[in-house]
Ligand binder design. Structure first.
Ligand code: SF4
Length: 199
């Protein structure tokens, strides 16, 4: 991971960044800094692999639809989080974050509401530029997520080979957000982690 390049380009876009060699170090960094907050989570294998729900739950109110018996209620509650944590489906080394959603709770909560948003990003998410990050979001991240949720979509039917830009009712790629700069009034921090994490 070329953190010097990532730091230069993302901080030039007014994002806050930090680098960690391991997911444990990144998780400790967040646990040291987030106390007494309402922390919402977007669907994120990276956050799950980091154990953030359990770790931050020691000292915060944590809300995650992946951990709730009523996923929709949790999605709605997470809209009122003061801190929101998610990953990205694609990251361009030129300084943009790409996310694709089927339901939209993750995109919506990451764009308006929390005072702070934290992106946790493994090295496997990083691509040289925005077109390749967008390509990754659909052809790698979305297809793997569709497989994980066993969706009836052509990407799943072909074993996750690529995106077919399908029109399936079970399509999970209904909206794409390219975050080019932090949203107004929202602190946005990206934790770059030098490990393969999530999809
Ligand atoms: S648009 Fe359809 S085929 Fe493409 S990744 Fe999304 S669900 Fe799969």
């Amino acid at each position: 991971m070329d953190y010097a390049l990532l730091k230069k380009n993302f901080e030039n876009h007014r994002f806050k960044t930090a680098y960690f060699a391991t997911k444990e170090e990144a998780a400790s960094y967040l646990a040291d800094r987030i106390h007494g907050e309402t922390v919402g989570f977007g669907g994120s294998m990276t956050a799950q692999e980091m154990g953030l729900y359990e770790l931050l739950g020691k000292d915060n109110t944590v809300i995650w639809h992946w951990k709730s018996d009523d996923a929709q209620a949790a999605r709605l509650q997470a809209r009122d989080a003061t801190v929101y944590i998610l990953s990205a489906n694609g990251v361009s080394a030129t300084g943009e974050l790409v996310n694709v959603d089927g339901t939209g709770n993750r995109l919506a909560a990451s764009l308006f509401g929390p005072k702070k948003v934290v992106y946790v990003v493994g090295k496997n998410k990083i691509e040289p530029d925005l077109p390749s990050a967008m390509k990754r979001a659909r052809n790698v991240a979305a297809t793997k997520n569709a497989i994980r949720f066993n969706k009836k979509t052509p990407c799943v039917a072909t074993g996750g080979e690529r995106c077919f830009d399908c029109n399936s009712p079970e399509r999970i790629c209904n909206a794409t957000v390219i975050l080019e700069r932090p949203m107004n009034g929202m602190e946005t921090e990206i934790l770059f982690i030098d490990e393969e994490l999530g999809y």
